[in-house]
Design a protein around this ligand. Structure first.
Ligand code: FES
Length: 261
């Protein structure tokens, strides 16, 4: 992992609530960054807000040695981050955490993502595209405007299925029906989820029913991101015992069957 002053190449809104940032890395190769991992970022070069914020990777560009993030502008940290300008430097620490795994010889994967979870799973989708693994993505959001980067995913050969609250298509029963159809028609052997507890419960259930390999990327509040502060603790079911883990150390990607939802 590296502590780096990256250069901001671009930082702009892509919808009413979400921004996209691209940064250039010098001194080390982004080939070391894997889907699912995150960076702990100082959103502004000042004392307030002081704490770093975790940002999962949206896109890894090995040719240009750049990284891209998609983030929801919500709290103090992301509001100041949204005002950062090209050519400014961004203090980033990472990559941190573990990565998604592909099942050996996978015949197809299904992603079920909501909101900013779409960004986290997109890195996995692009990786699947590069490896020639057929990838299908159910993208759930409040509004059509919040369905992020559908065009980019489609251009990368990923078949997308947008569902929204505003037209009622994100209803869990309808999402379940859609997921079941995709699994049946497309030889899906693995399923991944991020961004919604409700969708995680649904994904876990579908995964167990169809005996699919299933992983989740957890989104937890973090303090140190180095295992020292215990701000990111969650419980998992490990064999017969329930134990607490630090998501920054053992996650953020975990087997879905282990996570207590
Ligand atoms: Fe401090 Fe995980 S964020 S232990």
């Amino acid at each position: 992992m590296n502590l780096t002053n990256a250069e901001i190449l671009s930082n702009q809104p892509i919808s009413e609530r979400y921004c996209h940032m691209e940064i250039a890395i010098t001194g080390w190769s982004v080939a070391d960054v894997k889907p699912g991992q995150f960076f702990h970022i100082r959103t502004i070069d000042a004392y307030s807000p002081l704490l770093r914020r975790p940002f999962s990777i949206y896109r890894i560009n090995e040719e240009d040695n750049t990284l891209e993030f998609l983030y929801l502008v919500k709290g103090v940290g992301t509001k100041v981050m949204a005002k950062r300008m090209p050519k400014e430097h961004l203090d980033i620490f990472g990559p941190l955490g573990n990565t998604f795994t592909f099942r050996e010889g996978s015949s197809g994967i299904l992603l079920i993502a909501r909101g900013v979870g779409i960004a986290t799973l997109s890195a996995l989708a692009f990786d699947a595209g590069k490896k020639g693994i057929p990838c299908y993505a159910i993208l759930s959001a409040r509004t059509k405007d919040d369905i992020l980067i559908e065009k980019e995913l489609t251009a990368a050969g990923i078949k997308t299925f947008p569902v929204t609250d505003e037209d009622g298509s994100s209803d869990p029963l309808l999402v379940r029906k859609l997921a079941e159809e995709i699994i049946k028609m497309q030889q899906i052997d693995s399923v991944y989820t991020c961004g919604s507890r409700r969708l995680a419960i649904l994904t876990k259930d579908i995964g167990e029913q169809h005996q699919l390999f299933a992983e989740i990327a957890l989104e937890e509040n973090m303090g140190c991101a180095m295992g020292a502060c215990y701000a990111c603790v969650c419980d998992i079911q490990d064999e017969d015992e329930i134990r607490s883990i630090r998501v920054c150390q053992e996650g953020p990607v975990l087997p879905l069957k282990k996570v207590i939802l």
